[in-house]
Design a binder for this molecule. Structure first.
Ligand SMILES: Cc1cc2nc3c(=O)[nH]c(=O)nc-3n(C[C@H](O)[C@H](O)[C@H](O)COP(=O)(O)O)c2cc1C
Length: 390
């Protein structure tokens, strides 16, 4: 079973990720991992930190001579900012006068709930782990999941559908999303240049006013075979697993599969994807006129592209801070300010790609098994032949 954990704090020495259950013999393309980490750091509206850090994943176990060996993979991403924080956040006792307290909880962050839960007098340690810096670790192991999926012919990418109130209204074919990947500059990762320009202007507005923005990204998974996930148990449904995986990302407040939200307001005749047959189409020859279901019916992938949207609330840290209360005095004060992004929709999309890839890789390994890639691929190809003969 594919399992993973992350550890590490925003201003600690490093982020760490642990991934076990990857079959032996998967080639690890280090440059691909670096590019994925780079993609997470891009986007118009990011803060100063992205300028000091260029993330790299240092693999310490589970990979030898460029390929996995079946043992757990552990990797580390150095926090380059650590040198500025080692006196404020020492692992040893250190000098408590160097501590940088977050004295007033920031609305929209874990600050207050976390301080109450862990019995901290202020929110520094809460912020350190609740921060989306952690998502870099997920992107690194998500890249390994993507490499595994690539062996099965599956690709996972994202694009931005909305930045604040500026929205792309058309549905976007895979090819256009794929083209975004090759751009040298991510900007807002939107497939329509005019809409992207409006999105940029929206970001400029909030940059000027000290406010922040949320938005919507869409993750697409291309060439996913039918049969991943199952309706047999509630927690094995692919839609449920994807929803949990994407919702687990910082600032994601709603997840939608396919046209899930609009479907709730429309009659069934316009929503359900009628079935046709064309012997040369896809894995089976069964085809659909539309993909409102987002590639999943009954908790099972149906052979169409998987489409998952994530809805992000606006960034919580505001340069023009909201009202809060001082932890020590309980007096009203402005919320603490810490260097911050104002818009992260493209980056959140990249982190969501990682979560979708990890989920699909887990489901694929559950279905096809295999301790080596040779075995996994043999089982996968056998299943594809079975689908062709169906
Ligand atoms: C890639 C990414 C980067 C983020 N950067 C920031 C940031 O710089 N400042 C901030 O206030 N929130 C940022 N957030 C959002 C917060 O981490 C998140 O809103 C906060 O931890 C509270 O968690 P919740 O929104 O899930 O409740 C970011 C989120 C993502 C996905």
């Amino acid at each position: 079973m594919l399992r993973y954990f992350t550890a590490g704090e925003s201003h600690g020495e490093a982020l760490v990720a642990f991934l076990s259950g990857v079959p032996a013999g998967l080639k690890i393309d280090q440059a691909f991992l670096e590019r994925e980490l780079w993609r997470r750091q891009q986007g118009y509206g990011r803060g100063g930190r992205m300028k000091i850090e260029r993330d790299t994943a240092h693999i310490v176990s589970g990979v030898r001579h460029g390929a996995t060996i079946g043992s757990p993979i552990a990797l580390e991403i150095e926090n380059r900012d650590w040198k500025n924080w080692q006196d404020a956040l020492p692992v040893g006792e250190g000098d408590s006068s160097m501590h940088k307290a977050v004295a007033s909880p920031r609305p929209g962050h874990a600050d207050l709930a976390g301080a109450l839960k862990y019995n901290f007098p202020e929110a520094r340690y809460v912020l350190e782990r609740a921060s989306a810096r952690e998502s870099a670790a997920r992107v690194a192991i998500g890249a390994i999941a993507k490499l595994l999926l690539r062996e099965l012919g599956i690709e996972v990418l994202s694009h931005v559908v909305a930045t604040g109130s500026v929205t792309l209204s058309e549905s976007v074919p895979w090819k256009k999303i794929r083209n975004l990947y090759d751009r040298d500059e991510v900007v807002l990762n939107c497939t329509d240049p005019d809409v992207e320009q409006h999105m940029k202007e929206e970001v400029d507005k909030v940059l000027k006013s000290g406010d922040s923005l949320g938005g919507v990204f869409e993750v697409a998974a291309y060439r996913v075979p039918p049969g991943l996930g199952t309706y047999a148990q509630w927690d094995e449904r692919l839609d449920a697993m994807l929803a949990a995986a994407v919702m687990s990302l910082q600032a994601v407040k709603a997840v939608e599969i396919g046209a899930g939200v609009a479907s709730a307001y429309a009659p069934g005749s316009t929503v359900h994807d009628e079935i046709g047959y064309n012997a040369t189409s896809g894995f089976t020859g069964f085809s659909r006129a539309h993909n409102h279901a987002g590639g999943i019916e009954g908790g099972v992938s149906n052979g169409e592209e998987i489409r998952v949207r994530g809805y992000l609330k606006p960034i919580s840290t505001l340069r023009r801070p909201l009202q809060s209360v001082d932890f020590a005095t309980r007096e009203p004060v402005k919320a603490a300010y810490e260097r911050s992004d104002v818009c992260v929709v493209p980056a959140a999309g990249v982190a969501a790609e990682a979560m979708v890839a990890l989920t699909l890789a887990r489901c694929a390994l559950e279905k096809f098994g295999g301790d080596s890639m040779v075995e996994t691929l043999r089982n996968f190809q056998g299943y594809c032949q079975q689908l062709k003969r169906f």
